[in-house]
Ligand binder design. Structure first.
Ligand SMILES: Nc1nc2c(c(=O)[nH]1)N[C@H]1C(S)=C(S)[C@@H](COP(=O)(O)O)O[C@H]1N2
Ligand SMILES: [Mo]
Length: 381
């Protein structure tokens, strides 16, 4: 007698949009975006949190280095969002693979894909929300975003290794091994890839102007416009938000703590030789903007305190609380003639929100380390 058992049959997917050639085409762009994003993320991480052996060796040139690297980090991350969505759509039929687990090897492979998809989604989502300064989660962004990046890279390397034969077969439109398969990219695949390319271009062109200022007129989706802010420069934390309020000229003192410590009033600081530099603020969140800064060279202030040539320097803000009130720099930054304790911005006294009366500005340096409302320079032993 025939059994009446009901068998649930998984959905059947046919067509080229879900095949390995499409997955490879999108995958290599996604892979390239991930590699750029990971490497520039490492640069950003080590510039902000250098281990001891590196802390005194971070180069201060090229002056635009961090601006370009962090611009690429955010742009590649944003471009990866439509690429990841397209890639997931291409391969999602595999979720319904039957049987779900064929062997131990197969189980491990699926596990690594789960880590890859979960981790990649997590990185892109938290990174994107960070560019908007929105932190709707209970953990601290930087260490978690950094740790998960390593998980994703590990899973990605494993994934590429496991899929290497398929990737090789489908890498180019007519690779020798594929003569038996449909060699030509049909119109449906071409349309899909064109649509993905258009989506990547659209999100890139409407956001990249936040750091690549020639395209600033196209900004539509970026949270920041590089021109919006006092003195044509964006502000991340205002004086009010930092709790420093208005610093009175007569009360201000700059303390330089070194072998021969001294204190300067604002008047004395203004009377020292002033220098002008053009340098960008390059925020880790992806916006950046060049400006004209005038002030006293930090190296001059250090010489006067008899600071040793290779000493590192701690810059301390008059802000009393908050993560960015203190920054440190190695001797390359401290001694660079472009590194200023700036008193003026774009020809005017600093706006309180830009650090009045004095803020640090140095070449090739993450924005979060360009300390505002500076009250103290400490020469470190
Ligand atoms: N004391 C202090 N300095 C600070 C900050 C801060 O919160 N407190 N924010 C930093 C960040 S994250 C950036 S991007 C730059 C922005 O400088 P701007 O507001 O002058 O554009 O200042 C940096 N300096
Ligand atoms: Mo920033």
């Amino acid at each position: 007698m025939e059994s009446m058992k009901l068998r649930v049959s998984p959905p059947v997917f046919k067509g080229r949009l879900h095949d390995a050639r499409t997955a490879t085409s999108i995958g290599r762009w996604l892979g390239a975006a991930f590699v750029v994003c990971f490497l520039t993320g490492l640069i950003s991480h080590y510039m902000q949190h250098p281990p001891d052996w590196l802390a005194n060796h971070i180069p201060s040139r090229p002056a635009w280095g961090y601006r370009v690297s962090q611009g690429l980090h955010v742009a590649s991350g944003i471009a990866a969002i439509p690429l990841l969505l397209a890639k997931l759509w291409t391969v999602y039929p595999r979720l319904f693979e039957w049987p779900p687990l064929r062997s131990v090897r197969h189980a491990l492979e699926r596990l690594s894909v789960a880590v890859l998809v979960g981790g990649a989604g997590f990185e892109l989502a938290t990174g994107l929300l960070n560019t908007a300064q929105w932190y709707p989660w209970p953990f601290s962004f930087v260490p978690v975003h950094y740790a998960v990046a390593w998980l994703v890279v590990g899973a990605l390397i494993l994934h590429i290794a496991v899929k290497a034969p398929e990737i090789r077969t489908h890498w180019s439109r007519r690779s020798p091994g594929t003569l038996a398969l449909p060699a030509q990219d049909g119109p449906e695949r071409r349309s899909l890839l064109t649509a993905v390319g258009a989506a990547v271009s659209a999100v890139t062109l409407t956001t990249v102007g936040q750091s690549f200022t020639p395209l600033k007129s196209l900004i539509l989706l970026a949270p920041r416009h590089p021109d919006h802010g006092p003195q044509d420069l964006p502000v991340n934390r205002t004086a009010a938000a930092a709790g420093v309020g208005r610093i009175e000229d007569e009360e201000y003192r700059l303390v330089v703590a070194g072998p021969r410590p001294y204190t300067l009033t604002l008047e004395e600081l203004r009377a020292l030789p002033q220098h002008e530099v053009r340098l960008p603020i390059a925020c880790v969140e992806g916006w950046s903007k060049s400006a004209q800064w005038t002030g006293v060279r930090v190296v001059d202030l250090l010489e006067r305190a008899d600071a040793p040539r290779h000493a590192r320097v701690r810059v301390v803000s008059l802000q009393l609380r908050g993560g960015y009130r203190v920054s440190e720099m190695g001797h390359e930054h401290a001694r660079d003639p472009l590194t200023l304790l700036a008193l003026r911005l774009n020809g005017e006294e600093l706006d309180p929100d830009h650090g009045y009366p004095a803020r640090l500005i140095a070449p090739n340096r993450p924005g979060v380390l360009q300390t505002k409302w500076v009250g103290r320079l400490e020469v470190l032993a």
